[in-house]
Design a protein around this ligand. Structure first.
Ligand code: NAP
Length: 324
């Protein structure tokens, strides 16, 4: 038997039920794995709440690390006993054991612990593509990173500094501002108290930043546009405060011929080559000490409702693990 989290319907944290069910043998192209650690992500909240559509009834969770326990027909490149990690694929990471299409898994280098991988695969590959592919951050760039003390923020900030950028972060409290500075932010704006665009203009002699990484969405979108330099880029990659309402394209013209993109990880790791390149970049950055897992809190799988409540109430810092 296998413990996992299942939802019959979308809603609050209480819709997540711990169930014990048999786990079928892995199907064609699938590996079966035993989780050693599971990553919690804000996208799990969107899936649970219904902001993003999910198959129902079904499982939750997109990130984990563990050991391969069985191979389905036709799987090549993996063996029983391999240490693997993944970010994406069918939902179902909130479980002791699961089946996963092998194409979503990568083998873990021996020096990377399972907890580090579960904390960083999704957030770290996201930081990689945002800083290298969505916009190529270079020395001389000034960037704005919202929620800099959060899961993605705590990887994005040191990596951007390593690439030579000056990083302005935002944080929701003085304690989080301290963490954001420790992660590498040159400046931190307390965005629940301060006018973000005005503070950014002050830090940049009225110019604005080259790129804004905005995962907060509804509450920060307008201020993000107003923080950009002429022809700057707004990377709107999340909606922790709610979905951004529709805008007229001419607004981008009025505010200085701005660029706007709304990327997601799945489109940057869609092929096996893209996935292995992103994972290799992340593992390299971890090995070189450019980024590290800032595990702010751990919850047993059976306490996942509390983990979601804390993430949504902005009580978490860094990344969050579910333990099995
Ligand atoms: N598009 C992609 O490829 C991609 C991939 C990964 C993650 N994401 C997005 O990146 C964001 C961060 O994900 P994460 O898992 O690392 O979460 P997280 O940053 O650890 O948590 C979200 C943070 O957002 C801030 N926030 C601001 N307003 C909020 C509100 N009304 N409700 C809740 N939080 C609010 C909070 O920090 P403060 O207290 O400092 O304000 C909170 O801690 C999410 O929006 C996620 O969807 C996107």
């Amino acid at each position: 038997m296998n413990l996992s989290i299942r939802i019959e319907t979308t809603g609050g944290p209480e819709v997540m039920q711990l169930v014990e069910t048999p786990l079928p043998a892995p199907g064609p192209g699938e590996i079966q794995l035993r989780h050693e650690a599971i990553g919690l992500n804000f996208i799990d909240v969107y899936h649970r709440s219904g902001l993003y559509r999910v198959p129902l009834p079904g499982g939750l969770g997109s990130e984990g690390a563990g050991v391969v326990t069985a191979l389905g027909p036709g799987v090549a490149g993996f063996a029983v006993g391999d240490r693997i990690a993944y970010a994406g694929g069918p939902l179902g990471a909130y479980s002791e054991r699961r089946n996963l299409p092998a194409r979503h898994a990568v083998k873990l280098p021996p020096e990377i612990p399972a907890e580090t991988a579960a904390a960083m695969m999704l957030k770290g590959m996201t930081a990689y593509y945002l800083l290298h592919l969505t916009f190529a951050v270079r020395p001389g760039h000034t960037i704005l990173v919202h929620a800099a003390a959060g899961g993605v923020g705590s990887v994005l900030v040191p990596w951007a500094r390593h690439l030579g950028a000056r990083v302005i972060g935002t944080a929701g409290s003085a304690d989080k501002a301290r963490l954001a500075r420790a992660a590498g932010c040159n400046e931190v704006i307390l965005y629940r108290e301060q006018d973000v665009a005005a503070a950014v203009k002050e830090f940049t002699s009225g110019q604005g930043v080259d790129v804004v990484y905005d995962s907060v969405g509804k509450d920060t979108f307008a201020g993000s546009l107003d923080s950009l330099r002429r022809r700057g880029l707004l990377v709107s990659f999340g909606n922790a405060s709610g979905k951004v309402p529709p805008i007229e394209p001419v607004l981008l013209s009025d505010k200085g011929s701005l660029f706007l993109t709304r990327p997601k990880l799945a489109d940057y790791v869609a092929t096996r080559e893209e996935l292995t390149a992103a994972a290799a970049a992340l593992f390299g950055a971890i090995a070189e000490g450019v980024v590290q897992a800032t595990i702010g809190q751990r919850y047993p799988l059976r306490e996942v409702a509390q983990a979601h409540a804390d993430l949504e109430a902005r009580r978490t810092t860094g990344t969050t693990l579910l333990t099995v």
